[in-house]
Design a protein around this ligand. Structure first.
Ligand SMILES: [Zn+2]
Length: 341
């Protein structure tokens, strides 16, 4: 009879320290899985399976939205649509990179860190994409052509380098200073988020003061902010698994909820951006500068190359001096292998 033998799963004490997650007790994959085992594990119930699918399926949703928009908008020659083009590419890229990182992270301790370097790089580029679209479609009327408006994208491009650099560096602190590492990584993503949303916060403030214009998109913007707040809260709090370790190993732990809130938030953000882009088009075309190739696709390309350079730098340091990332992981991997195989 044909039978498929699923790879063995491990408990927290059987895997090296580097792979351990707070409050997750079981369902760990082998810390030296092959690439094929990693792909097959996405069809087996492990503590990463839902993490993989909660970003893989949304990738296809955003690709579908992108292809529908491509058939109705002229992304090639209408420069007004270029900020949206950059944004759509990035909201497809970040969940895809994340699902790949969760799939292949158990190939080795080094692969684990490098996978998440790419995950952070894609998230950081997504924040640049947000800044590019917000500068073009979301900026309040009274700020258009101001100093902040003219420098918004260059500052965001600088932020993306700080964000990727800090978040990758935080992995080097993880084993010895876990709290400091978590705080650094949280700050690395909260800072560009707050910067990107300054124009939106101001528009919401104006609305509270009763001087709203083009308010059609504001409800979707608010839903996005609510889900973004929830995303950050889940990332930082490790709820619910920290209250009942072992209960949410496979379904319902904070990282899965974090993924779901992130994509739902992105969905609302995309709707808000599309509404602002459509409703404000005639006003923006008349009063603001037309988005340039360099300010949109050019900035994204430059951000992409510089982020890759930062990731390569950290990956190089990790591969040439693995002791920098944690002195004990080699030994504990050894003992895990001896115990189980
Ligand atoms: Zn993730």
């Amino acid at each position: 009879m044909l039978s498929i033998k699923l790879p063995q799963l491990f408990s927290i004490h059987q895997v090296p320290k580097v792979f351990r997650e707070d409050g997750i007790i079981s369902g760990y994959r082998h810390p030296r899985s092959s690439a094929l085992d990693c792909v097959l594990s996405s069809f087996q119930m492990t503590n990463e399976t839902v993490n993989i699918w909660t970003h893989f399926l949304p990738t296809w949703y955003f690709l579908w939205r992108f292809s529908v928009l491509s058939s109705s908008l002229d992304f090639l020659s209408e420069s007004y649509t270029w900020p949206l083009l950059v944004y759509m590419v990035l909201i497809c890229l970040y969940p895809f990179t994340s699902s790949c990182a969760h799939t292949f992270s158990t190939m080795s301790p080094e692969a684990y860190h490098i996978c998440y370097f790419f995950d952070y790089g894609a998230l950081s580029l997504y924040s640049l994409g947000c800044a590019i679209t917000y500068a073009s479609y979301v900026m309040p009327d009274c700020w258009v052509n101001s100093w902040l408006h003219r420098h918004f994208v260059p500052i965001a491009a600088g932020n993306t380098l700080i964000c990727t650099g800090l978040s990758c560096y935080s992995r080097f602190l993880e084993l010895e200073f876990p709290r400091r590492s978590k705080m650094l990584r949280t700050a690395a993503f909260v800072y560009p988020f707050l910067f990107d949303n300054i124009p939106l916060f101001y528009r919401l403030l104006l609305c509270c003061g009763g001087t709203c214009s083009h308010s059609e998109a504001l409800s979707s913007h608010c839903y996005h902010l609510i889900f973004a707040f929830l995303t950050g809260f889940l990332f930082a709090s490790h709820l619910p698994e920290c209250l009942a370790p072992g209960r949410f190993d496979y379904i319902g732990h904070s990282h899965q909820l974090f993924h779901i809130c992130a994509v739902v938030g992105t969905h609302f953000q995309m709707e808000a951006v599309l509404t602002d882009m459509t409703v404000r088009k005639s006003w923006l075309v008349a009063h603001a500068e037309v988005p340039s190739f360099m300010g949109t696709v050019g900035t994204l390309s430059l951000g992409f190359v510089l982020n890759l350079a930062i990731i390569s730098l950290f990956s190089g340091v990790l591969l040439w001096a693995p002791h920098l990332i944690g002195p004990s992981q080699g030994a504990s991997l050894q003992s895990s292998n001896n115990k189980e195989h």
